[in-house]
Design a protein around this ligand. Structure first.
Ligand code: PGA
Length: 598
């Protein structure tokens, strides 16, 4: 078998002290490097084991996290670099009950996202059956365990991690000796799946999953986590005590586990969050700011009131020693924070501004405040909804056919929905002062109209975005930097814009990343803080209200049951309150933006 082609230089990883870590972790600043590295490792295992024993057994996972790994394995296979004919697979889990044909089944996920594109033999694929009659489930689970043993055990197990800390569907309460069995899903897990099922009430209550002991029998384990929404549970799994409350902590007993993390998912690890308490570090201005804000919040004091004693008592003597006393450091951080605050007078004026909105409402949810100020500053604005919102081409007289939750709409209904959301987007922009002529609607192919799972980014997507950038020649571009949305749409949209900008021949615009729908940038992450008055926040909320079809029950509420406007209000108020507690001017509310470094 051919060796895997070396496609790129080795991925960059973050190296630092791992004193607190009980699992080996590798942190990738570049999200795409993570999938490439894991796929590379899987190919190595396939080649090693097939050479040694003529076959290899992989334990596989579903969910959004491993999709990039499957894409990369398919690519390597198509390039002739990996052969799956001797690969045997066992999937971790399946919902119960669940028909294999359902769009939600893990059978369908695995075939659509991976197996159909490689030369794996159907009889080598094993996935727990969601259609086994209940009285036979126990026997079927025992047979699944026996099949793994008969195959010689799992050589390499791929794992994701849920917000409950589950691996497979081993929810809190699962013990180290658990084997393949039927389990009741945790409420949080069901809420996380609600987006895919169009409502939590449609998510199955049970699942069949390999047990913790089944997973720990694998010879090598890779735990993958990406996105800021995983940061808390990753830190608990990696640094916390072993407990049945968090099944992933049992991995600490395994001799060969690697956690592959992107930077947002690693953000709560001590070595990333507060590296100064572990080792001597490079005190860049950004690191000094993070340390001092951390110290101020820990001591519940304003930055300018921090004393040498606080520095010394909180392991920050090395920083103190650099300046000799607290005053200069406090002053440096205070000024840095204050300079981030940019009201209208300090925001761009008379420039060309291009805003990419992955969904019709992300623009006003995340940047409803700055939009108005940019318009007032006489910038030339183009607000671009990249989702498949296009004009209704058909008259809606076919009637609304019945569909089960989560099934795909018939085209006429899709068109009607697009028309509604487009009209709402225009009305919402008008509410923050932006005229309808500034709103544009792109139909990027990756959205795969009407389906929950989106297509991977294609050349066509990039070409469409590039054409628009060529046409508008922006000085400033806004892109969603919120990577934890349930369907990965924001991540794909950002990748499309980045790829298009890399090819753009004109002058490179500055790129500002916004968040808002799911999380907000923290004060220390942010480069720009835009203060909002009470009236401005109110106008922004009214703009969000214009997205009537998303109100009352947001179709994709994730785990946060508040409506989008409530989350936005709380976040914008909190950012301002936090600045106030640090001793900065007391603003009513604030939006936060990160300027992308290239
Ligand atoms: P996700 O799911 O990859 O979709 O985040 C992971 C899991 O729940 O195990």
């Amino acid at each position: 078998m051919a060796k895997a082609t070396a496609r790129r230089s080795p991925p960059t990883t973050i190296e630092s002290s791992r004193d607190r870590e009980r699992l080996k972790t590798v942190v990738f600043p570049e999200h795409s490097d993570l999938a490439a590295r894991v796929a590379e490792r899987i190919v190595e295992v396939i080649q090693r084991e097939t050479q040694a024993k003529g076959k290899v057994v992989l334990g596989l996972a579903t969910g959004s996290t491993p999709l990039g790994v499957y894409e990369e394995l398919i690519r390597l296979h198509q390039a002739g670099d990996v052969d799956f004919s001797h690969v045997i697979t066992f999937n971790l889990d399946e919902y119960y009950p669940m028909s294999p044909d359902s769009p939600h089944s893990y059978h369908r996920y695995m075939w659509e996202n991976f197996f159909a594109h490689v030369n794996i033999a159907k009889h080598n694929v094993h996935i727990p059956e969601g259609v086994t009659p209940r009285e036979r489930v126990t026997d079927a689970c025992a047979a699944y365990e026996a099949a793994i043993r008969a195959a010689g055990g799992i050589d390499f197990q791929l794992l994701g991690i849920g917000k409950t800390g589950h691996v497979g569907f081993n929810e809190p309460g699962s013990d180290a000796a658990s084997r393949t069995r039927i389990v009741t899903l945790d409420t949080l897990t069901r809420k996380d799946a609600a987006a895919d099922f169009f409502g939590v009430e449609n998510v199955p209550r049970e699942a069949i999953t390999m047990g913790v002991a089944t997973i720990l029998d694998a010879k090598e384990i890779a735990l993958l986590a990406t996105g800021e929404h995983k940061a808390g549970i990753v830190a608990r799994a990696v640094e916390g005590d072993i407990s049945t409350d968090v099944a992933a902590t049992f991995l600490q007993r395994h001799p060969s586990v690697t956690c592959y993390l992107d930077l947002p998912a690693a953000a709560e690890l001590t070595r990333i969050k507060t590296p100064w308490i572990l080792e001597g570090i490079d005190w860049t201005p950004a690191m000094v700011e993070r340390a001092v804000v951390w110290l101020a919040e820990r001591s519940t004091k304003a930055v300018l009131k921090l004393s040498a004693r606080e520095y010394a008592e909180n392991q920050l003597s090395p920083l103190l020693a650099r300046a000799g006393s607290a005053g200069p450091i406090n002053g440096q951080v205070f000024n840095r924070l204050r300079e981030k605050i940019r009201g209208r007078a300090k925001l761009p004026a008379h420039e060309r501004v291009l805003v990419f909105s992955p969904h019709p409402d992300d623009d006003v949810i995340s940047m409803g405040g700055i939009l108005r100020k940019l318009w007032e500053n006489e910038n030339q604005m183009v607000v671009l909804d990249t989702s498949a919102v296009q004009r209704a081409r058909a008259t809606v007289n076919a009637g609304m056919e019945q569909k089960a939750p989560g099934e795909i709409d018939i085209p006429v209904v899709q068109n009607l929905k697009k028309f509604i959301r487009e009209s709402e987007a225009i009305a919402a922009l008008a509410a923050v002062g932006i005229p309808a002529s500034s709103a544009r609607f792109l139909d990027l192919p990756f959205y795969q109209t009407g389906e929950v799972r989106k297509r991977p980014l294609s050349e066509e997507d990039i070409a469409i975005v590039l054409r628009l950038i060529d046409e508008t020649r922006p000085d400033l571009v806004f892109v969603a930097g919120d990577l934890s949305d349930p369907h990965g749409t924001h991540r794909t949209c950002k990748a499309a814009v980045e790829a298009a900008l890399a090819r753009y021949q004109g002058g490179k615009p500055e790129v500002w990343l916004y968040r808002g729908a799911w999380q907000e940038w923290s004060l220390t992450e942010a480069d720009v803080l835009v203060p909002l008055s009470q009236d401005e926040l109110h106008a922004k909320i009214l703009a969000i209200f214009r997205h009537q079809s998303q109100k009352d029950t947001a179709p994709f509420p994730g785990y946060d049951e508040r409506e989008f406007w409530q989350r936005v209000e709380a976040r914008n108020l909190e950012t301002a309150a936090r600045a106030d507690r640090l001793g900065l001017p007391e603003y009513y509310a604030m939006e936060a933006y990160v300027i992308q470094r290239v």
